[in-house]
Design a protein around this ligand. Structure first.
Ligand code: NAD
Length: 379
């Protein structure tokens, strides 16, 4: 098709964003294709242009280059505004040594290289999908939308000493929970920034009744909160939070948690939302100012080898990951809102991939591409 002068002028005035696209293994490329169709539509209807750089990662990268994270892939990510990640791994690579496996060999080095210290996982239960939630219907009626902000690079998973040693004739295991004030400040700022664009409520999780870490966590979060007078702050001990999330999920907005507690609570929140195929995730680095971060965006689920290659995976989590990317790395809030709304409308209109299909009246079972088509038609 030839390009008119008008098209050329429009193209020239478009703001360009570079995105590294790492589709990976299993259902990764299948769901990524739908996410790319969605951002392509955003681009044709707005003054932004997405320059995509497709690179190898995970098992397919091992097969082709012997490395789960080839240098070329890392260079591409360094030169991009954000990383859109699919999923990696599968039975083919499970017998490799742990550090050479797709997940450990690609995801952890990417997080480390880019200092991705903040993990944001929205747990969204759409009003018309509440029957997918294992929670009592009256507790989730109308759905809910909770954002878990988990500290990802500190705390007990990384503190030293970390060892198993002989002591007094028996083995002793030691893990050390360490948090610096600066680490708590920066993750709290992410949570409060996020709350400002949502319902302005942060629930901070700790164990201040037992752990020194909890006392510092609570004091530091209070200090950060003073810079966000519009945001309401609530503190919960982690054991109570685990119960309250099940009892009253609709009352939460942003949940801010240290690494260990966030690891556990974000999985609980994914479970109460109902479907893995609907849940997106992002890992963010240092703030770039104006509420923007460099980040990596991916579905919460894995490569789903049991359904890979059949064209039936749910593309919503990947598309919602792209929406998070527009929101947190590119500052394209209206476009992100438009994508989120299109998915909500598609679900409301009854379109269901196999993972969320229950045979309910007014719904129809669709495959990956048909779900993508329906979302595009609602965008
Ligand atoms: P999984 O998330 O891949 O699958 C769990 C279940 O959820 C499966 O039944 C799967 O079919 C279903 N599922 C997941 N996403 C779906 C979607 N979009 N649509 C429909 N159904 C969906 O977890 P697993 O089976 O434990 O792991 C499979 C592989 O993925 C392993 O190799 C694991 O290491 C890897 N993995 C990768 C990541 C990542 O890339 N970030 C995360 C988790 C697991």
């Amino acid at each position: 098709m030839s390009c008119t002068l008008f098209d050329s002028l429009q193209l020239m005035s478009k703001k360009e964003y570079k995105i590294s696209v790492l589709s990976g293994d299993g259902i990764g490329p299948e769901v990524m294709a739908e996410a790319l169709r969605v951002i392509d539509k955003i681009s044709t209807r707005s003054d932004v242009e997405f320059v995509l750089d497709h690179q190898l990662v995970g098992g397919i990268a091992i097969d082709e280059t012997s490395s789960p994270l080839p240098d070329e892939t890392l260079r591409s990510c360094e030169n991009s505004d954000a990383i859109l990640f699919g999923s990696v791994g599968g039975p083919k690579w499970e017998s490799l040594p742990p550090d050479s496996q797709p997940e450990r060999g690609a995801l952890l080095p990417l997080r480390k290289h880019f200092g991705l210290f903040a993990n944001l996982r929205p747990s969204i239960c759409f009003p018309s999908l509440t029957n997918a939630s294992p929670i009592r219907p009256d507790l989730v009626e109308g759905g809910f939308d909770v954002l878990c902000v988990r500290e990802l690079t500190g705390g007990i998973y990384f503190g030293e000493p970390k060892e198993i040693k002989e002591q007094g004739g028996e083995k002793v295991a030691i893990d050390t929970m360490v948090y610096k004030e600066s680490e708590i400040e920066r993750i709290a700022a992410v949570a409060f920034d996020a709350a400002m664009g949502r319902n302005k409520h942060v629930t901070s999780i700790d164990k201040a009744n037992v752990l020194r870490n909890g006392i510092l966590w609570r004091d530091t979060v209070e200090k950060v909160a003073s810079k966000y007078p519009e945001v309401n702050l609530e503190h919960l001990y982690v054991d109570n939070a685990a119960m309250q999330l099940i009892r009253r999920p609709r009352e939460f907005d942003v949940v801010l948690a240290p690494n260990l507690f966030g690891d556990i609570l974000s999985d609980e929140m994914a479970m109460i939302a109902g479907s893995l195929g609907m849940l997106a995730s992002s890992s963010l680095g240092e703030s770039l100012g104006d509420g923007l971060y460099f980040g990596m965006y991916e579905p919460s689920g894995g490569s789903a080898p049991d359904i890979a290659g059949q064209g039936i995976a749910n593309p919503c989590a990947q598309i919602l990951s792209a929406s998070l990317m527009l929101r947190y790395s590119l500052g394209l809030i209206e476009s992100a809102d438009a994508i989120d709304l299109a998915i909500r409308k598609t679900i409301d209109a009854g379109y269901r991939t196999g993972d969320i299909f229950t045979g309910e009246e007014g719904t129809q079972r669709v495959n990956t591409t048909q779900m993508g088509d329906a979302i595009l038609s609602h965008l």
